[in-house]
Design a binder for this molecule. Sequence first.
Ligand code: DAH
Length: 358
Amino acid sequence: MQDIETLESEILTKISAAGDLDALEAVRIAALGKKGEVSLMMRGLGQMAPEERQVVAPKLNKMKQSLLEAIDQAKDGLNRKAMEEKLATESIDITLAARPESQGRIHPISQVVDEITEIFADMGFTIAEGPDIEDDFHNFTALNIPPEHPARQMHDTFYLPEKEDGSRQLLRTHTSSVQIRTMMSEEPPHRIVVPGRTYRSDSDQTHTPMFNQIEGLVIDKTSHMGHLKGVLKEFCRAFFEVDNVEMRFRPSYFPFTEPSAEMDIRCTFAGDHIKIGEGDDWMEILGCGMVNPRVLEHCGLDPKEYQGFAWGMGIDRIAMLKYGIPDLRAFFDCDLRWLKHYGFVPLDVPTIGGGLSR
Ligand code: DAH
């Protein structure tokens, strides 16, 4: 029989030389498997004379024990090594700054919507949304534009095919429809802004059939024109990023507000550039007014108890103004070169604290 100590040290050497778990398992099987060297020797004990067996058996048992321990230890070591390698190759250095080289760009309209909603959110407004496909009631009637009202013509509405009951849905012509949806589905007070797509059958250098608006609505028991002015002034100051914006309110007419006004801001037109906040020119940027009592009534609110103000503004034009974009139609051309030039880096999210348009 082979010398037990020599065999043990040979196997121990093989165990420590095993480079991975598979190699270690092969060594284990060769020594301690059913037909392994050690197992065969143990089976040989049966043929030995009792005196000899008494000497050899404890030695074999001791060897087996020490081999098992060595294999366990080696296994632990290999597992740890595998884990460390995995951690080293899969690690991410989270202290690294985000890479600025992303290819995608945020469309200027999305950027401007984010900027505007950020400003109003900071003043305590929430964002409301409504469907692009509307019905006559929400888009017109509830806003005090009854069927024969001339304002309906001005809206150049896109209608959907007539339904069996004779009614026709339409593509909303303004975001004002969401005022109605909000007042009818939630309890006052209301303080919302509504960005969204709007549609009118109109197309030239300054009009596209689909365009973007943002609507504002405040309803409570005490808000008045003074608050409207304050809110809009703060908005202009923050949005155009100038300390002082001079505004002018001109009397106007909208069926859903009474009184109604259009708001202009002071500016200078110099060639194709515009400077906001100073100069001898005025630019109209929105329509506004106190919500007409009839609109409140349509929404089930008592005008003796509730009042408030609203405004509506085209987003595309003020985006053009702020970012010096000359042609409205390019907004909707999906030209990647244009987007690369005028678009915004995705991680530059506009915030009041960090700056809107850095
Ligand atoms: N809905 C108007 C439009 O599309 C804009 C507007 C004017 C909205 C005055 C208002 C408002 O809420 O008070 O031209």
